[in-house]
Design a protein around this ligand. Structure first.
Ligand code: NAP
Ligand code: MG
Length: 479
């Protein structure tokens, strides 16, 4: 894993794109091009789908017992662990996040591989208590060729949330990484070959969303799309997948509420609020981007938050003291700054608000906090996907719940209180796929993650994700 891989990875081979097209990957902290990556055109997509289908139907993959599939995933986890530093370095170079965060991402990817390795030989059907002289049972079969289309915020980790359960279930995978961040997906291909995955089981096709991604979604040889990304693109994928009745799971955007009640441990809640929005530069689908604070503790919470946010200045992602890296691209920086301008007109800016450079370079944005925000403002209603927090005040549990649910999204929520009854009552009342009580931004391979409402449907992680890569077949035997 010493040199950066930049070609298409199909059937365990590195291939040049048929059309010869390539695109640059930029390090957002230095503004430098770090790689020139192959762009998969439609004939490359056809070839990859053919390879994945051949892989699916060939003895080398289909003939492996579930336990042996699991063994390959364990080996991939071990190899990734051995290459963790290098992989994390590549992730930081292409994404701009602090190096320590990339190391956490890689460690979580290792865990995901191991978790699903363990599931491979534990996926079972049922015997069914039907009426009549029958023996009736279900089988869980692989759904087939899976195209995993993923975003740039956790490039390798979010990809593993799809390809690990898909492979554990016996599917074959074509991974389409985001244009900003294809390098760790490509590096993973080397690891998968070394682990022993046969040709066609794991393929990587870098390329544009509306070209490569869209061709995969419309391709009759692909059985399922596992997507993480924006709600807009998710809607387009649903429309495009309809033509071939593909299975689709969608992990989309969010505008998650973090609710601080007056009876909370306030210093812990403020740390949680800060971590909830500024970890990953706020480029986290579950970011706690709406902070709801009960009126009597509002002033204290905001003043502590402002003090902490001002200390969180953006820095070189490879400096070990850096807690806020560069946003992923110049385009994303412009989008975030556009929201900040709109926030300045509508709400009260209390921290940050500016683009900055570090050592004269890079697409950085300060940790930004707006107070006196209300629903109806763009910074409250729309996903910003950057280090920008909107603070709102509420009175009492009912208003807290109402404000929390006043969004088209439903990915996650945080609740800070010492009252156990209130905590569980509010957790039930919130329409979101994950609720954190007195903590925020925790993930585990065993814990399903995904959205309600416009945040999508289907779940990553846990048994739920594994089952979404299977078809259920019911078999009737007359006795
Ligand atoms: P995006 O524009 O939706 O892109 C996601 C992926 O889809 C990329 O690989 C993209 O390729 C591809 N794509 C774009 N248009 C496509 C099309 N018409 N057909 C098929 N594929 C297409 O999202 P992003 O800008 O990369 O990431 C930010 C968004 O992702 C945010 O809104 C965030 O909330 C969401 N997100 C959600 C979760 C979650 O778990 N729910 C996690 C992370 C991020 P290109 O890169 O080439 O455009
Ligand atoms: Mg995009």
């Amino acid at each position: 894993m010493t040199d950066i891989k930049t070609d298409l990875f199909v059937a365990n081979e590195w291939r040049k794109p048929a059309g010869g097209e390539r695109f640059a990957v930029i390090n957002p902290a230095t503004e430098e091009a770090i790689a020139d990556v192959a762009l998969a055109g439609s004939s490359d997509v056809d070839a990859a789908v053919a390879a994945a289908r051949a892989g699916l139907e060939g003895e080398a993959w289909r003939g492996l017992s579930p336990r042996k599939r699991g063994a390959l995933l364990y080996r991939a986890g071990d190899l990734l662990e051995q290459n963790a530093e290098e992989m994390a370095k590549l992730e930081t170079q292409q994404n701009g996040k602090p190096f320590f965060e990339s190391k956490i991402d890689v460690a979580m990817t290792v865990e995901t591989l191991r978790y699903y390795a363990g599931w491979a030989d534990k996926l079972t059907g049922d015997t069914l208590p039907v009426d009549g002289p029958f023996f009736t049972y279900t089988l869980r079969e692989p759904v087939g060729v899976v195209a995993a289309i993923v975003p740039w915020n956790f490039p390798l980790n979010l990809a593993s949330w799809k390809f690990a359960p898909a492979l554990a279930a016996g599917c074959t995978v074509i991974l389409k990484p985001a244009s900003e961040t294809p390098l760790t997906a490509l590096a993973m291909a080397d690891i998968m070959v070394q682990a022993g995955f046969p040709p066609g089981a794991f393929n990587v096709l870098p390329g544009g969303g509306s070209s490569t991604g869209s061709s995969l979604v419309k391709h009759p040889g692909v059985d399922k799309i596992a997507f993480t990304g924006s709600t807009e693109v998710g809607k387009q994928i649903m429309r495009d997948a309809a033509g071939t009745v593909k299975r689709v799971t969608l992990e989309l955007g969010g505008k998650s509420p973090n609710i601080i009640f007056a009876d909370a441990d306030i210093p812990a809640a403020v740390r949680g609020a800060q971590n909830g929005i500024f970890y990953g530069k706020g480029e986290v689908c579950a970011a706690g981007s709406r902070l709801l604070v009960e009126r009597s503790v509002h002033d204290q919470v905001v003043s502590e938050l402002v003090t902490r946010s001002k200390k969180l200045s953006p820095g070189d992602p490879f400096d070990k003291n850096t807690r806020l890296g560069a946003v992923v691209s110049q385009r994303q920086q412009e989008t975030v700054l556009g929201y900040i301008e709109s926030g300045k007109r509508e709400a009260k800016l209390v921290a940050g608000g500016n683009a900055v450079k570090v050592n004269g370079k890079g697409y950085y944005v300060e940790a930004t906090v707006f107070d006196e925000a209300r629903p109806g403002m763009k910074i409250v209603d729309e996903e910003i996907f950057g280090p920008v927090l909107s603070v709102m005040t509420f009175d009492g549990v009912e208003e807290g719940i109402r404000l929390a649910n006043q969004t088209i999204y439903g990915l996650a929520a945080g609740i800070w209180t010492r009252d156990i009854k209130k905590a569980h009552t509010v957790a039930r009342a919130i329409r979101a796929g994950t609720v954190w009580i007195n903590t925020y931004n925790f993930y585990d391979s065993a814990a399903p993650f995904g959205g309600f409402k416009a945040s999508g449907f289907g779940r990553d992680l846990g048994r739920e994700a594994l089952e979404s890569y299977t078809e259920v077949k019911t078999v009737w035997v007359a006795l």
